[in-house]
Design a protein around this ligand. Sequence first.
Ligand code: DQA
Length: 147
Amino acid sequence: MTSILILNGPNLNMLGTRQPEIYGHTTLEDISRRCRDHGAARGISVTVEQSNSEGTLLDLIQSARGVHDGIVLNAGAYTHTSIALRDAISAVALPVIELHLSNIHARDAFRHHSYIAPVALGVICGFGAAGYTLALDALAGQLEIEP
Ligand code: DQA
Protein backbone atom coordinates (compact mmCIF):
# COMPACT_ATOMS: atom_id res chain seq x y z
CA MET A 1 0.00 0.00 0.00
CA THR A 2 1.25 3.47 -0.87
CA SER A 3 2.11 5.49 2.18
CA ILE A 4 2.29 9.28 2.45
CA LEU A 5 3.66 11.26 5.38
CA ILE A 6 2.09 14.65 6.10
CA LEU A 7 4.59 16.56 8.16
CA ASN A 8 3.75 19.78 9.99
CA GLY A 9 6.21 22.18 11.54
CA PRO A 10 6.13 24.79 14.30
CA ASN A 11 2.91 26.32 15.60
CA LEU A 12 0.71 24.20 13.36
CA ASN A 13 -0.46 22.32 16.46
CA MET A 14 -2.28 25.59 17.26
CA LEU A 15 -4.43 25.58 14.12
CA GLY A 16 -8.03 26.43 14.90
CA THR A 17 -7.15 29.11 17.42
CA ARG A 18 -3.98 30.57 15.86
CA GLN A 19 -4.73 33.73 13.83
CA PRO A 20 -7.92 32.22 12.34
CA GLU A 21 -8.24 35.20 9.96
CA ILE A 22 -5.08 33.86 8.27
CA TYR A 23 -5.10 30.12 8.96
CA GLY A 24 -8.83 29.38 9.36
CA HIS A 25 -10.76 27.61 12.10
CA THR A 26 -9.93 24.02 11.20
CA THR A 27 -7.78 22.20 13.74
CA LEU A 28 -4.83 19.97 12.88
CA GLU A 29 -6.87 17.08 14.31
CA ASP A 30 -9.65 17.81 11.77
CA ILE A 31 -7.13 18.08 8.94
CA SER A 32 -5.51 14.79 9.97
CA ARG A 33 -8.86 12.98 9.97
CA ARG A 34 -9.83 14.44 6.58
CA CYS A 35 -6.47 13.42 5.10
CA ARG A 36 -6.66 9.89 6.50
CA ASP A 37 -10.22 9.49 5.12
CA HIS A 38 -9.23 11.03 1.78
CA GLY A 39 -6.25 8.69 1.54
CA ALA A 40 -8.27 5.62 2.59
CA ALA A 41 -10.77 6.28 -0.24
CA ARG A 42 -7.81 6.10 -2.67
CA GLY A 43 -6.05 3.18 -1.09
CA ILE A 44 -3.32 5.37 0.39
CA SER A 45 -2.11 5.11 3.95
CA VAL A 46 -1.68 8.59 5.45
CA THR A 47 0.41 9.35 8.53
CA VAL A 48 0.25 12.85 10.05
CA GLU A 49 3.01 14.19 12.30
CA GLN A 50 3.69 17.60 13.86
CA SER A 51 6.65 18.98 15.73
CA ASN A 52 7.76 22.41 16.89
CA SER A 53 11.35 21.21 16.87
CA GLU A 54 13.54 21.45 13.78
CA GLY A 55 15.59 18.46 14.95
CA THR A 56 12.52 16.24 15.31
CA LEU A 57 11.34 17.28 11.84
CA LEU A 58 14.77 16.31 10.47
CA ASP A 59 14.54 12.92 12.22
CA LEU A 60 11.05 12.34 10.81
CA ILE A 61 12.20 13.17 7.26
CA GLN A 62 15.24 10.91 7.57
CA SER A 63 13.21 8.00 8.91
CA ALA A 64 10.60 8.37 6.14
CA ARG A 65 13.02 6.74 3.73
CA GLY A 66 11.96 3.17 3.00
CA VAL A 67 8.74 3.66 5.01
CA HIS A 68 6.77 6.31 3.09
CA ASP A 69 6.54 6.92 -0.66
CA GLY A 70 6.28 10.70 -0.45
CA ILE A 71 5.91 13.64 1.91
CA VAL A 72 3.55 16.61 2.12
CA LEU A 73 5.50 19.18 4.11
CA ASN A 74 4.17 22.28 5.80
CA ALA A 75 7.39 23.37 7.45
CA GLY A 76 5.79 26.55 8.84
CA ALA A 77 8.35 29.26 9.54
CA TYR A 78 11.25 26.81 9.01
CA THR A 79 10.35 27.02 5.30
CA HIS A 80 11.96 30.44 5.28
CA THR A 81 14.99 29.64 7.44
CA SER A 82 16.04 26.01 7.33
CA ILE A 83 18.84 24.84 5.07
CA ALA A 84 18.92 21.68 7.24
CA LEU A 85 15.37 20.70 6.26
CA ARG A 86 16.19 21.29 2.61
CA ASP A 87 19.30 19.10 2.90
CA ALA A 88 17.29 16.34 4.59
CA ILE A 89 14.79 16.35 1.71
CA SER A 90 17.62 16.12 -0.81
CA ALA A 91 19.22 13.33 1.22
CA VAL A 92 16.16 11.07 1.40
CA ALA A 93 15.31 11.64 -2.26
CA LEU A 94 11.56 11.19 -1.68
CA PRO A 95 9.03 13.27 -3.62
CA VAL A 96 7.96 16.23 -1.48
CA ILE A 97 5.14 18.71 -1.94
CA GLU A 98 5.60 21.97 -0.07
CA LEU A 99 2.36 23.17 1.43
CA HIS A 100 1.11 26.32 3.13
CA LEU A 101 -2.40 27.18 4.27
CA SER A 102 -1.87 30.87 3.52
CA ASN A 103 -0.65 32.45 0.32
CA ILE A 104 2.90 33.17 1.49
CA HIS A 105 3.49 35.43 -1.55
CA ALA A 106 0.70 37.78 -0.49
CA ARG A 107 2.19 38.20 2.98
CA ASP A 108 5.39 39.62 4.58
CA ALA A 109 8.40 39.79 2.26
CA PHE A 110 10.37 37.37 4.51
CA ARG A 111 7.77 34.68 3.71
CA HIS A 112 8.30 34.97 -0.05
CA HIS A 113 11.51 32.97 0.02
CA SER A 114 11.43 29.21 0.59
CA TYR A 115 14.50 27.03 1.13
CA ILE A 116 12.27 24.00 0.46
CA ALA A 117 10.72 24.96 -2.90
CA PRO A 118 13.81 24.26 -5.07
CA VAL A 119 13.94 20.63 -3.86
CA ALA A 120 10.14 20.09 -3.87
CA LEU A 121 8.11 18.60 -6.69
CA GLY A 122 5.77 21.55 -6.39
CA VAL A 123 4.22 24.05 -4.02
CA ILE A 124 0.58 24.46 -2.97
CA CYS A 125 -0.34 27.56 -0.98
CA GLY A 126 -3.29 29.80 -0.28
CA PHE A 127 -6.12 27.24 -0.19
CA GLY A 128 -6.37 26.85 3.56
CA ALA A 129 -7.03 23.39 4.99
CA ALA A 130 -8.22 22.19 1.55
CA GLY A 131 -4.59 22.43 0.43
CA TYR A 132 -3.76 19.26 2.35
CA THR A 133 -6.08 17.05 0.29
CA LEU A 134 -5.04 18.90 -2.89
CA ALA A 135 -1.44 18.05 -2.03
CA LEU A 136 -2.35 14.40 -1.38
CA ASP A 137 -4.02 14.20 -4.80
CA ALA A 138 -1.06 15.91 -6.46
CA LEU A 139 1.38 13.49 -4.83
CA ALA A 140 -0.80 10.48 -5.67
CA GLY A 141 -0.82 11.70 -9.29
CA GLN A 142 2.96 11.89 -9.30
CA LEU A 143 3.16 8.42 -7.79
CA GLU A 144 0.67 7.29 -10.46
CA ILE A 145 -2.02 6.04 -8.12
CA GLU A 146 -5.43 5.83 -9.78
CA PRO A 147 -8.24 7.54 -7.81
C1 DQA B 1 2.58 28.65 6.93
C2 DQA B 1 3.19 29.96 6.39
C3 DQA B 1 4.47 30.30 7.13
O1 DQA B 1 5.01 31.52 6.64
C4 DQA B 1 4.20 30.46 8.61
O2 DQA B 1 5.40 30.71 9.31
C5 DQA B 1 3.48 29.29 9.20
C6 DQA B 1 2.39 28.70 8.44
C7 DQA B 1 1.21 28.35 6.30
O3 DQA B 1 0.77 27.21 6.38
O4 DQA B 1 0.57 29.25 5.75
O5 DQA B 1 3.73 28.89 10.32
O6 DQA B 1 3.46 27.59 6.60
